[in-house]
Design a protein around this ligand. Structure first.
Ligand SMILES: Nc1ncnc2c1ncn2[C@@H]1O[C@H](COP(=O)(O)OP(=O)(O)O)[C@@H](O)[C@H]1O
Ligand SMILES: [Mg+2]
Length: 92
């Protein structure tokens, strides 16, 4: 599965949070996004999974443009999100 994010911009209300964000993942690979609190990591993931509306740019998944697909339709394509921080994974 390949994910292609091209020039994404979005935000909350009138406040822009992401400015022209692009990334690409390769099949059978692990991609890590690192940044300080408030950098926009969660907003980027919300955009990829369809929970956040895109202002500009596009999201591609396995060669298909999914920018305007609702979140549930992205799940049906095999996209899933497992957020940490809510005791989802036991520590021991
Ligand atoms: N629901 C929201 N409403 C308004 N601003 C938000 C909301 N969620 C995040 N932000 C703001 O967007 C910016 C990026 O936040 P976020 O994507 O959560 O960053 P990270 O996950 O890297 O810590 C921050 O300035 C944060 O305050
Ligand atoms: Mg976060």
């Amino acid at each position: 599965m390949t994910l292609l994010v091209e020039g994404i911009s979005t935000g909350y209300g009138e406040t822009q949070v992401l400015y022209d964000v692009s990334l690409r993942t390769e099949d059978r690979s692990l991609t890590v996004m690192v940044g300080p609190n408030g950098a926009g990591k969660s907003t980027t993931l919300r955009t990829i999974t369809g929970l956040q509306r895109v202002w500009r740019g596009r999201v591609g998944f396995d060669g298909n443009d999914i920018t305007s697909l609702p979140a549930f339709a992205r799940v049906e394509l095999g996209m899933a999100s497992a957020p940490e921080g809510r005791r989802l994974f036991p520590l021991s």
